[in-house]
Design a protein around this ligand. Structure first.
Ligand SMILES: *Cc1c(COP(=O)(O)O)cnc(C)c1O
Length: 334
C-alpha cells in the first residue's frame, strides 16, 4: 500500500529510534530534561525567537498560543479554511473562550492587511474586541500553499497597528521555507508566536514546538500544564525530534515528488491537479471523492477526501520517486 493520506504517517527512522533509546532524560516538568531543553533551545535558534516550548501536538501548541495571547470573550480573526478553525474541535471557543471571525484568504489562504482591517473589531460597550489574528503557513486546506514573508509581514503590521498579536500556525513552516528558499526565521519574524510540527514532513514520531518571547513561553508553559501537557521524561520523544530537525534539508525532494504526482494525475481522464507549491497535492475528481478513493485503495494507494470532488495526497519521507510513479500507474489502472 502506498500511503499518501498525510505526512504524519511516517514511522521513525532507525536513527530516531536509536536517539530515543540513548536519550539523556530528566523530569521536564521540573525543567530537568536535557534532551527537551536542547530541542527547545535549538528550535528557538532556528526560528529566531527568544524561547520555545515542546508540546505533544500541533493542536495543543496552537490552542496554548490562543489562550496566552487573548482574554476571555475576545474575537480571533482566522482564515475560513484554517486548521485552527476547522480541525481543532472548536478549541478556540473551548480553551480560550474566543469568538472567531472568519476571513476569506482566497484560493491560497492569504490573509491580507485589508482583511485584517475589515475584520478588526474595537472593544466598546457592545463589542468584544479583536484579541488575535491567526495565520497559517503552509496553508493545508488551500493545498499546501507557501506564503511569502512580505505577505506575512503585511498582515502582522495591520494587526500590530491595532495592538493585536499574531500567531502563526506553521505546522509545515519548514516546507514553506524550502519552497520559498527562505530561512524559516524570516517567515517567523513578524508574528508574535509560531508553532511548528516535527511529526509531519520532518518525520518525528511525536511532538511540536511553540516559540516566542521569554514572557510568552513562560505563560505558555503554565497553560501547557493546565491542559495536561506537562510530560516527564519527555526526552525520549524530544531526542528523535532533534534528529527530525536535521531532516529539513530533504523537504525539497517531497516537493519534487508532489509536482510529479500532480502532473501524472492531471494527465488522467476525470482528474485535474494544479501544480503544488509544497508536499500537498489537491486533485479534483469527476467522480465523487469517496468513490474515487475507494477505487484508489483497491488499487493500493491511499488519500483523504478534501471536499465532495476533491482529494488530498501528501508526499513524505516514506515515499520515494519510484513509489510516486507506482502510485500514478495504480491510479491510472484502478
Ligand atoms: C497537522 C496540523 C496541525 C495540528 O497538528 P497535530 O500535531 O496533528 O495536532 C495544525 N495546523 C496545521 C496547518 C496542520 O496541518
Amino acid at each position: 500500500m502506498i500511503d499518501l493520506r498525510s505526512d504524519t504517517v511516517t514511522t521513525p527512522s532507525a536513527e530516531m529510534r536509536a536517539a530515543a533509546a540513548e536519550a539523556d532524560v530528566g523530569d521536564d516538568v521540573y525543567g530537568e530534561d536535557p534532551s527537551v531543553n536542547d530541542l527547545e533551545a535549538r528550535f528557538a535558534d532556528v526560528v529566531g525567537t527568544e524561547a520555545a516550548l515542546f508540546v505533544p501536538t500541533g493542536t495543543m501548541g496552537n490552542q496554548i498560543a490562543a489562550r496566552v495571547h487573548t482574554e476571555r470573550g475576545q474575537e480571533a480573526i482566522v482564515e475560513r479554511e484554517s486548521h485552527i478553525y476547522k480541525w481543532e474541535v472548536g478549541g478556540l471557543a473551548q480553551h480560550a473562550d474566543l469568538q472567531v471571525r472568519t476571513v476569506d484568504g482566497g484560493d491560497r489562504g492569504v490573509i491580507t492587511p485589508g482583511a485584517v482591517a475589515a475584520g478588526y473589531v474595537e472593544a466598546d460597550a457592545h463589542r468584544p474586541g479583536t484579541g488575535l489574528v491567526c495565520l497559517e503557513n503552509t496553508h493545508n486546506s488551500r493545498g499546501g500553499t507557501a506564503i511569502a514573508a512580505d505577505r506575512i509581514d503585511a498582515a502582522c503590521e495591520a494587526a500590530h497597528d491595532r495592538d493585536v498579536p499574531v500567531h502563526l500556525d506553521g505546522a509545515r513552516l519548514f516546507n514553506a521555507g524550502a519552497a520559498l528558499d527562505v530561512d524559516v526565521a524570516r517567515l517567523a519574524r513578524a508574528p508574535d508566536s509560531v508553532m511548528c510540527c516535527l511529526s509531519k514532513g520532518l518525520g518525528a514520531p511525536v511532538g511540536s514546538l511553540l516559540a516566542g518571547s521569554e514572557g510568552f513561553v513562560a505563560s505558555a508553559r503554565r497553560v501547557r500544564k493546565l491542559l495536561g501537557g506537562g510530560m516527564r521524561q519527555a526526552g525520549i520523544v524530544a531526542a528523535p525530534g532533534l534528529v527530525a530537525l536535521s531532516n529539513r534539508d530533504r523537504l525539497p525532494a517531497d516537493h519534487e515528488n508532489a509536482r510529479r504526482l500532480a502532473a501524472g494525475l492531471d494527465e488522467l481522464a476525470g482528474l485535474a491537479a494544479r501544480e503544488p507549491e509544497t508536499n500537498i497535492v489537491l486533485v479534483e475528481t469527476n467522480a465523487p471523492a469517496e468513490a474515487f478513493l475507494e477505487a484508489c485503495e483497491a488499487a493500493g494507494v491511499l488519500g483523504v477526501p478534501f471536499g465532495e470532488h476533491v482529494v488530498r495526497f501528501c508526499t513524505h519521507l516514506d515515499v520515494d520517486r519510484e513509489d510516486v510513479e507506482t502510485a500514478i500507474a495504480r491510479i491510472e489502472g484502478r
